[in-house]
Design a protein around this ligand. Structure first.
Ligand SMILES: *[C@@H]1O[C@H](CO)[C@@H](O)[C@H](O)[C@H]1NC(C)=O
Ligand SMILES: *[C@@H]1O[C@H](CO)[C@@H](O)[C@H](O)[C@H]1NC(C)=O
Ligand SMILES: *[C@@H]1O[C@H](CO)[C@@H](O)[C@H](O)[C@H]1NC(C)=O
Ligand SMILES: *[C@@H]1O[C@H](CO)[C@@H](O)[C@H](O)[C@H]1NC(C)=O
Length: 548
């Protein structure tokens, strides 16, 4: 694996040998070195964006989490999109159920695309989703559970009034999708936003309804931005200013900021602002892509994410979709494409200027063999192996003493693109340490990687405070994915890696310092991770595509 700090730190996962075995069988090829062990993946085939919501109302089994996601039941490529459905009691172990919504009507025959769940009066859930017709024109539709007494909510029925929202009055029919969870104002009126682009400008169209069925478009969008294109999967929710707890979308609380997230240009960007339901005014602190300040959930591979409020644990949780970096023919051979990042809890940082993201605490139940040490100096140019754990399935937390910040050269974040900075190879750039530390992943696998992969190098700034005397990095490694959380979750980078070997015995974890100055590791804790338990109650489908 490869995560490097601007001071020159890196983990590296190396090995050599096994390739994916080809199979003509309908089931997955037996040799699956890149399949993850504790991330959420469908049993096979294509997945993309998430449409998640837990059902915690008293009418349902308490604590059952439901996950809906975009899924092709027939192949490992995009197409025939339906809403697959899985359930969990802890967001770690999962049971796959039959898909909840399938294309069937003229307004969704080309796919049941992204949408969101909302709890209506009395706690019954309802889903708004985007359907695509034969010309890929987009409509918003409603489905409700067939039997609200069924705790697994296995069956869903489409409203006879569908489609509820159609692309009229200047809306581009091909850019009208992904309704959010709706929220209710003090006037008891529901609001929902939908991603769109009008005259080349990305925006969140706002609709209002008293009964969740008849919707009226607001004259003004909730927000729009000239520096962006089409907004996919918008999300809009409150975060608490003075508490670590999450806040429900319809809650009326004084001390909150509102987050607006939009997916564009392959990343999930967000802004912070103040929202007043009265005229649905959203006053932003900074706008998308303003002054070089580009806030993102993750600076690596992470897209079409969604949050939900988990009432049982009073927290807000983020799901994000992570694509493959290999080719479509690799995906067809593997029999699958796409997975979910580990769910992350979301809070406003203590400065109030950004969000902090952290893997849900439930994940820690998978930790097993543990190694740790404190206070180790790593000289410039040195390397050592962290042994005693399984490097292919690991959770690694390391914290570094920060050298004297006054001696460091400072970087102006408005004039430097961290991704570009991290792509440069010169040691002079590498040893730069500003009031910001950058980190980099992926490029250091190259020697041990297969050819023909997307090898983008990612970078991000971690904003440090003068009080900070340490900087931390946590990395979740799971065969072909590495999720890294820098500065206690202030900057995250997710990367896909396909080392030639990613099995337990042959993978190794190294730490090395490629800089010239020595660096002190104040502490390191690393664990092997157990496999999550994932079962399927789905019927086997005859696939129209055979794997070659
Ligand atoms: C969609 O499903 C049909 C069968 O219903 C199949 O013929 C077609 O190949 C599928 N397309 C994709 C991209 O999976
Ligand atoms: C609804 O679900 C409940 C609980 O599973 C079940 O007892 C009941 O028979 C179901 N009702 C119908 C009409 O299927
Ligand atoms: C999209 O992202 C790439 C890579 O980060 C960047 O170079 C490009 O300027 C971005 N485009 C827009 C329109 O923001
Ligand atoms: C950093 O050091 C490691 C171990 O010595 C080496 O394998 C790697 O290639 C170096 N990376 C760079 C960018 O110099």
């Amino acid at each position: 694996m490869g995560v490097i700090w601007a001071v020159g730190f890196c983990f590296l996962l190396v090995g050599g040998g096994v390739e994916v075995e080809a199979s003509h069988d309908e089931s997955l090829p037996r040799e699956q070195p890149y399949r993850t062990a504790y991330h959420f993946q469908p049993p096979n085939n294509w997945m993309n964006g998430i449409t998640a919501h837990p059902f915690l109302g008293p009418m349902f089994y308490k604590g059952v989490y439901h996950l809906f996601y975009q899924y092709n039941p027939y192949a490992a490529v995009w197409g025939n999109i339906s809403w697959a459905h899985s359930i969990s009691y802890d967001l770690v172990d999962w049971i796959h159920l039959e898909p909840a919504i399938n294309p069937s009507e003229p307004f969704d025959i080309n796919g049941c695309w992204s949408g969101s769940t909302t709890f209506l009066h009395g706690g019954n859930p309802a889903i708004l989703y985007t359907g695509a017709d034969l010309k890929y024109r987009q409509f918003q539709n409603l489905v409700v559970p067939k039997n609200v007494s069924d705790p697994l909510l296995k069956e869903w029925v489409k409203s006879p009034l569908n489609p509820l929202l159609t692309p009229i009055d200047g809306i581009d029919p091909n850019n009208f999708r992904d309704p959010t969870t709706a929220w209710r104002g003090p006037d008891e009126v529901w609001r929902v936003i939908i991603g769109s682009m009008i005259n080349g400008q990305g925006m969140a169209l706002l609709y209002r309804s008293k009964d969740f069925v008849r919707w009226t478009r607001s004259k003004n969008p909730l927000h729009s931005s000239t520096k962006t294109g089409m907004w996919e999967c918008p999300d809009f929710y409150p975060v608490s200013i003075n508490s670590k707890n999450g806040v429900d979308s319809s809650a009326r609380r004084k001390f909150t900021k509102h987050v607006l997230k939009a997916s564009f240009n392959s990343s999930d960007h967000y802004i912070l602002g103040d929202y007043t339901p009265k005229r649905d005014r959203y006053l932003v602190d900074t706008d998308f892509m303003d002054n070089g300040l580009d806030l993102r959930y993750d600076y690596g591979k992470f897209y079409a994410s969604k949050t939900f409020y988990d009432g049982a644990k009073k927290r807000r949780i983020l799901w994000g979709w992570v694509t493959e970096s290999d080719s479509e023919s690799d995906d067809i051979r593997k029999g699958w494409s796409g997975l979910q990042a580990i769910p992350r809890s979301i809070q406003l940082s203590s400065t109030g200027r950004q969000l902090v993201l952290w893997p849900i605490e439930e994940l820690e139940k998978l930790r097993t063999q543990h190694v740790s040490f404190n206070d180790k100096e790593l000289k410039g140019g040195s390397v050592f192996e962290v042994s005693g754990i399984s490097a292919a399935q690991a959770d690694v937390e390391v914290s570094f003493d920060l050298p004297n910040l006054d001696e460091a050269e400072s970087i102006d974040p408005n004039s430097v693109d961290p991704q570009q900075l991290c792509s440069q190879k010169e040691a002079s750039v590498r040893s730069t340490l500003g009031p910001f530390a950058g980190y980099e992943s992926n490029s250091f696998y190259r020697s041990s990687l297969r050819e023909g992969l997307d090898k983008t190098t990612y970078g991000a700034f971690v904003y440090l405070d003068h009080r900070d005397d340490k900087i931390s990095l946590r990395s979740l490694i799971d065969h072909s994915i590495i999720e890294s959380f820098g500065g206690d979750g202030r900057a995250c980078i997710t990367a896909r890696v396909y080392p030639k070997v990613a099995n337990d015995r042959e993978a190794h974890l190294y730490m090395f310092n490629n800089g010239t100055r020595s660096v002190r590791i104040s502490s390191l804790n690393a664990w092997s991770m157990k496999r999550a338990q994932i079962y399927s109650l789905r019927r086997r489908r005859k696939s129209p595509i055979t794997y070659k």
